[in-house]
Write a protein that binds this ligand. Structure first.
Ligand SMILES: Nc1ncnc2c1ncn2[C@@H]1O[C@H](COP(=O)(O)OP(=O)(O)OP(=O)(O)O)[C@@H](O)[C@H]1O
Ligand SMILES: [Mg+2]
Length: 266
């Protein structure tokens, strides 16, 4: 059974007279416990797809089934519950409240869902402990390093023990050592059973995943699976621990383009 089942998803932004097709027919299934990386050039639709998967935005066309339930049929209460309880979102820019302590930032989702204060503080302390920040609970974001801020954001994402963690370039603003720490942390969460979807521009980061999905121009161009992945349709043949499973691109030139590491973010 798929946890996430997305069928022919389109997202079109209307800007005056112009239409921007950010997604142009994305179909994709993700099973519970998977760790998927999403790569692709700037503007290829990665954040748009993440926002749809996180129920933060609605598609222009297509269907999204979460746990076999059509997201389009859910009412606002159900969507709010899913955003609060089922999905943890980690944003590239952290999105922390600047004037609040780490503890309060992590506690926020629990305030929204009405968890009693004592239980809330216990859970927030526990989440900060998991990310190694037990000694930084009273620090405000500007009193923390970039890596520590990102860890607060991860603690906030996991405080409700969501079944899905969506991370949009969680290491985009971090040095390579801190990036590896964050990825090790996310990998641990995945090994404990959380489904993990990470957008990244960096091949080193994507290698942590079981599967890499390449977006190009609003479509899935290609997918790679780790060689030791036991999924039946994984064909084992390529180097570097990953094997290609799927090519949906019409044009060879696009395939060549997306094989290149993206240089647009430095
Ligand atoms: N709110 C919006 N209104 C209009 N166009 C948008 C909006 N959000 C995104 N777009 C356009 O949709 C396309 C996909 O954007 P998206 O943010 O998903 O790209 P991305 O792959 O995440 O890029 P990056 O790697 O730079 O973060 C882009 O061309 C962008 O300009
Ligand atoms: Mg983006």
């Amino acid at each position: 059974m798929s946890l996430i089942d997305v069928r022919d998803l389109w997202k079109t932004y209307v800007m005056g007279a112009e239409e921007v097709h950010a997604l142009r027919g994305v179909s994709l299934t993700i099973t519970k416990g998977e760790f998927v990386a999403i790569m692709g050039p700037s503007g290829s639709g990665k954040s748009t797809l993440m926002n749809l998967l996180g129920c933060l935005d609605t598609p222009s066309r297509g269907e999204y089934f979460l746990n076999d339930q059509a997201v389009a049929d859910m009412d606002e209460d159900e969507l709010a519950r899913i955003r609060n309880k089922e999905i943890g979102f980690v944003f590239q820019t952290f999105n922390l409240l600047p004037r609040s302590s780490s503890l309060h930032n992590v506690e926020l989702p629990l305030i929204y869902n009405g968890t009693p204060r004592e239980r809330r503080l216990e859970m927030a302390h526990q989440a900060l402990d998991i990310v190694g920040l037990a000694d930084r609970t009273n620090h405000k974001p500007n009193e923390l390093s970039g890596g520590q801020r990102q860890r607060v954001a991860i603690a906030r994402a996991l405080v409700n023990n969501p079944s899905i963690i969506l991370a949009d370039e969680p290491t985009g603003n971090l040095d390579s050592t801190t990036s590896m720490d964050i990825m090790n942390l996310l990998t641990q969460l995945n090994q404990q059973g959380n489904t993990l979807i990470v957008v990244t521009h960096e091949t080193d980061i994507a290698r942590f995943a079981h599967r890499i999905i390449y977006l190009f121009d609003g479509k899935i161009a290609r997918e790679e699976r780790k060689k030791d992945d036991q999924t039946p349709d994984a064909s084992v043949d390529q180097d570097q621990g990953f094997s290609s499973t799927d090519t949906r691109l019409d044009e060879q030139s696009d395939t060549q383009k997306i094989h290149q590491p993206d240089q647009s973010h430095t």
